[in-house]
Design a protein around this ligand. Structure first.
Ligand code: ADP
Length: 504
């Protein structure tokens, strides 16, 4: 598996993440349990020391009373009390007075000799630290020696060891200079609890780790299978197949991606088909005049020499057909240029001035048709866009209006503003377009009435170019028509470029 692949990266990251998460949770849990056990051991050792202190005081008071009853006084009474306490208390303690623990009493007698008495229940020897013991004496109150917590991870793999808890208890023992009782507690109970959590905790850790890896792997496998199917589809597109579609299962980010790619494939197929249709239509349109020219050339060859009338007719037909071819080539070039030009300028211009210019041009070209031209007479109407391209589109629409309007008719251009758009209406009183043709007139090479168009010499490319320009400008174009009464094209253009941006 390459380390750069998504699978390798996700596997690595998810393993690290699972390790950190599961390991972190396990250590944190162990930490809280271990801290609790330690607090419990501290409390127990303190309670043990308190209990030993109370036993000691009770027996010393008893011994003092016994000494008085025996009529002992002074050093003799002290010796009696000390002997009683040192003899009786260990017995009581060793019979399991309070908890399992070790008790060591170090006594410094008045003669300054040190006497070490060890009462032991559990055998921990003299675990106390002499300095701490001295500190307890100096302070006159108990001091504690608690072990620090062992390294956490050890507790997960080795039996728990919480160390020994020692409390130094200064005592007031008759006839001595000082006495300190070391109460040592071995937290075996707490260690047992910690030990009992180890196995389940390790088991839960392993199961959690394995489960998180498995789940990540399953999710990754599912996501990657979608990516693989996208790749397969992309490969088929690469070899020219556009009849494929990506599966759109469920509702997630990959489905969104599949939906977008399917849209892209549809667009590609549509463009591809349009392209093929365009080439086929263009070839067909070119083939017609070529066939005509070849026919007349054959006629010329066969009879041209003998019949001057026929020769004249053939030459003028060849001239007509070759002009038609030249016009078609120039129209085709316009279509291709118009589609290639994706960068439109964005400048402020007056649409009324542009409309008047277009009408003036048409008026000179169609002077012999005696049409009535009417343009916007109001002041400037400003908008942002490419005035040259918009003039080209309006030119096509006005030219069509003139072409398809009989002599003496009228052609008008009106403009108005509606909210964020400028509406331009190009209306004529011409022949009109049959209703069934209206949805198709913007298609390339589409002519509503072939014979009529042939008469007027069009190839059905003008409206496709105009629509492309309007679309790229972020606008819309629509047509309404009534047979025999006229046609109105309505162009809407955004006043500000970007407000109604189309796919430029
Ligand atoms: P053409 O070069 O044939 O005019 P267009 O793309 O400009 O190509 O127009 C397509 C067809 O739509 C025309 O052939 C014509 O039948 C119809 N058409 C366009 N404009 C008008 C109009 N103003 N009045 C009637 N028919 C129209």
């Amino acid at each position: 598996m390459r380390l750069t692949s998504i699978r390798a990266r996700v596997a690595l990251l998810s393993t690290l993440f699972a390790l950190l998460l599961v390991g972190g949770v396990t250590f944190a849990t162990y930490f809280f349990v271990a801290t609790g056990m330690r607090s419990s051991a501290e409390a127990t050792s303190d309670r043990l020391a308190g209990a030993a202190e109370r036993v000691f005081s009770r027996y010393q008071a008893q011994a003092v009373a016994d000494a008085q009853a025996a009529g002992l006084t002074g050093a003799a009474a002290d010796d009696f009390v000390r002997e009683q306490v040192l003899r009786v208390v260990p017995e009581v303690v060793s019979q399991g007075l309070v908890y399992e623990g070790s008790f060591a009493l170090s006594v410094t007698t008045t003669g300054a000799a040190e006497l070490d008495v060890v009462w032991t229940v559990g055998d921990y020897g003299r675990a106390g630290d002499p300095e701490r013991r001295q500190a307890a004496l100096d302070l006159g109150s108990r001091t504690r020696e608690y072990p620090s917590l062992p390294p956490l991870f050890l507790g997960l793999f080795a039996p728990a060891d919480l160390g020994l808890y020692v409390v130094h208890l200064p005592l007031d023992l008759a006839g001595t200079r000082s006495a300190v009782l070391d109460v040592i507690y071995d937290p075996a109970r707490e260690e047992a609890i910690l030990d009992s959590t180890r196995l389940p905790m390790v088991a839960v850790t392993v199961v959690a780790f394995a489960t998180s890896l498995l789940i990540t792997n399953l999710i990754m496998g599912w996501a990657l299978s979608l990516i693989t199917s996208i790749k397969r589809t992309a490969d088929s597109i690469d070899v020219g197949r556009l009849d494929v579609h990506l599966p759109q299962v469920g509702d997630n980010e990959v489905t969104e991606l599949a939906r977008s790619l399917n849209r892209l494939i549809d667009n590609l197929r549509y463009r591809n088909e349009a392209q093929s249709r365009f080439i086929a239509d263009a070839s067909h349109e070119l083939a017609t005049p070529v066939a005509g020219i070849r026919g007349y050339v054959n006629i010329l060859r066969a009879w041209g020499a003998e019949d001057p009338g026929l020769r004249e007719e053939a030459v003028s037909a060849i001239d007509r057909e070759s002009r038609r071819m030249a016009r078609l080539c120039s129209d085709l070039l316009s279509v291709i240029r118009s589609e290639e030009m994706v960068e439109f300028r964005s400048m402020r211009y007056d649409i009324n001035a542009v409309s008047r210019e277009v009408l003036a041009n048409a008026a000179t070209r169609y002077m012999d048709k005696h049409l009535d031209f009417e343009g916007p007479s109001e002041g400037p109407l400003w908008l942002h866009g490419d005035p040259d391209r918009v003039e080209e589109a309006l030119g096509i629409l006005v030219d069509n209006a003139c072409k398809y309007t009989p002599d003496g008719g009228s052609v008008s251009v009106t403009t108005r503003r509606r909210r964020d758009v400028i509406l331009i209406e190009i209306a004529d009183t011409g022949v009109g377009i049959p209703e069934q043709d209206l949805p198709n007139v913007f298609e390339r090479f589409y002519r509503s009435d072939l014979s009529r168009s042939k008469e007027t010499g069009g190839f059905g490319l003008g409206l496709a170019i105009a629509k492309h320009i309007i679309d790229t400008s972020g606008g819309d174009i629509a047509v309404k028509s009534t047979i025999g009464r006229g046609t109105t094209f309505t162009v809407s253009l955004p006043r500000q470029r970007g407000k109604r941006e189309a796919g430029a």
